[in-house]
Write a protein of this length. Sequence first.
Length: 183
Amino acid sequence: MLKRTLFIATFLLIFATGLVLAADTQKILEEADQLIKAGQYDTAFKLLSEADKKSENPEIVLKQVDIALNYFAVSTMHQMFAFKDLQPGETIEDIRGNEESESESGGGVYSYYQFEIDKILNKLIIRFPKNGQLYKALGEFYFEVSLRYGKGWLKPEQELVELAEKNCLKAEQNGVFDAKSLS
């Protein structure tokens, strides 16, 4: 009887801990979304990085991937990203690759993060093979890299295209797709 009671108590504790972690993740994602809307890209990325230091939470990593691909100020081979919190009236296009605006506004000071999207997503896919969002993000990453770097990236251009197609197909097989991933 005591063993059964301990087992039930342990199970309930683990279940409750899981619910708390899920609620915490949702709060963090909501806060990151608010920061993104306000153009506070560095603060949003930093918040997510601190919440998931080992890049083990698919939801948090997917939000980081979104920030990295859409809101970087500087990218080094899409393996290292620099972010900036924008000033009122400033856009990411204003600072991305614009030396003039950097010197006038001090916009050239960024926070850099090593964030190897392909490696991180591939590790998560091994742990969560049915998560179609991970495949979709990886496919979009390879597609973006093929467009931005072409033959000048770490993998040959043709391999990037094949990896993009393969991962978008895997996402579709797991019920995740949109017009971009189907094209």
